[in-house]
Design a protein around this ligand. Structure first.
Ligand code: LLP
Length: 412
């Protein structure tokens, strides 16, 4: 359920006429619905009845206004960099609800996490463990640790976003993890707190989640037999959404399937959802610049692959809707951006609203991994981000200016 809808044939975000936003701030822009973000967060969080913390995966959508909204709903953050930690803290997220994932945390980043007293580091290698021990010893503190174990489970998703197979770079093979925990337990400045895993993103079936949970559960009982107690079980994120015709489980089904496996485990659950909360709570609004007929119909818009990378990078589908529905009908063709690459498309060989210059289009399901993966390629200023809220809207990130493009550059 989301709050993007037509009112008298004009596409609205909640009760805001999207044409009004475009008139005021220009295009393109990302537009999120506060009511949808809130509804998705609560639906996910309340689906779980066991003690848990919902640590939103910051990488999916990292604007501090949105992180602050989740903080106000009791949410924490899953972070993967010092930059994300900085954002999460600025947004008012309780450090004791922050978990730090990622295969390549630098020593400076480890120090920043320790200084901030985050809940735990999801350590992904023995070398990282030793670096963390070192930094914690220098600071005279204890580092709370969980190992991210790699359960070798096929999440059946796009190869680029599968993370839980043995051939993926993530985590410690579950078969080697006992040794890693024993090593950690013997280190003076490491406190073992949990076990974590994350097998991939945009999963549309619960069975890979259940399969990996079963493997992790067996591993936790092995740990307990060796006297290593676990306080937190972090199951990562990965629940998929509907972009086109997928039928992913809803959060209640996902929670039920996981909780059925958790009965005799005495741990606090940590969840790291990203896409399922923000994906369908955000759109990208773009304007048609020109149309032309080449080998096929091209609709050239003012947003490009630098603004929304998913179609170019993964061949991802994003539905496209007209902001003004004039009954213009549909046509087949490509929606392309101004970037000088053939791979710069938002939609390829798909039906789309028949459009003409100056029409506004809504690129749907763009709230997750949309703005956060955008870049300045072709020296294009990154677009504005806007939060719709009832009858009003707030610019939560201003459009970049040309001056901002070269800030920090210098001719020697
Ligand atoms: N936790 C960890 C450790 C992760 O690596 C990720 C996503 C998540 C949680 C959140 O996963 P989600 O609930 O959003 O599926 N750029 C790609 C997705 C990359 C996902 C990377 N990791 C895309 O646009 O589809």
């Amino acid at each position: 359920m989301n709050h993007f809808n037509y009112q008298d044939n004009i596409f609205h975000c909640e009760d805001v006429d999207i044409r009004e936003i475009a008139k005021e701030i220009g295009t393109p822009f990302y537009l999120y619905s506060k009511a949808t973000l809130t509804h998705h967060f609560k639906t996910f969080d309340q689906a779980f009845s066991v003690p848990h913390i919902t640590c939103f995966a910051t990488k999916a959508c990292s604007n501090i206004a949105i992180l602050n909204l989740f903080a106000s709903l009791g949410g924490g953050a899953d972070i993967v960099s010092g930059g994300e930690l900085f954002r999460a803290l600025k947004a008012g997220i309780d450090p004791q609800k922050i978990v730090y994932s990622g295969v390549g945390k630098s020593r400076d980043e480890l120090r920043f996490g320790l200084e901030s007293q985050i809940l735990m580091f999801n350590v992904e290698s023995q070398q990282e463990l030793l670096a963390l021990q070192d930094v914690a010893a220098e600071m005279g503190v204890q580092a709370p640790v969980s190992f991210r174990v790699n359960p070798d489970v096929d999440p059946k998703t796009h190869a680029y976003i599968s993370t839980g197979l043995a051939k993926n770079k993530f985590g410690i093979p579950i078969g080697d993890a006992l040794e890693a925990y024993q090593q950690a337990a013997a280190l003076a400045n490491i406190t073992v707190q949990g076990v974590s895993c994350h097998i991939g993103s945009q999963l549309t079936d619960v069975s890979p989640f259940v399969e990996s949970l079963q493997k992790v559960k067996n591993f936790i009982s092995t740990l307990q037999h060796t006297g290593i107690a676990i306080k937190y079980l972090d199951l990562g994120g990965g629940l998929g959404i509907n972009y086109e015709d997928e039928e992913p489980p809803v959060p209640a089904q996902y929670a039920q399937a996981l909780e059925a496996e958790l009965k005799d485990l005495d741990c606090t659950l940590i969840l790291e959802p990203g896409r399922v909360i923000v994906g369908n709570a955000g759109i990208l609004v773009t304007k048609v610049l020109y149309t032309k007929q080449g080998g096929k119909k091209f609709t050239i818009v003012d947003a490009g692959m630098n603004d929304l990378a998913r179609p170019s990078l993964y061949g991802a589908y994003h539905a496209i809707l007209p902001v003004e529905d004039r009954g213009q009908g549909i046509e087949t063709g490509d929606v392309v951006g101004p970037i000088c690459e053939t791979g710069d498309f938002l939609s390829r060989d798909k039906t789309m609203p028949a459009s003409q210059s100056d029409d506004l289009l809504a690129i749907m399901s763009a709230g997750a991994y949309g703005f956060t993966m955008s870049s300045n390629y072709n020296s294009r200023p990154r677009v504005a981000e806007v939060l719709g809220d009832g009858e009003t809207f707030h610019v939560i990130r201003q459009r970049e200016t040309y001056e901002m493009l070269i800030a920090g550059e210098k001719i020697p």
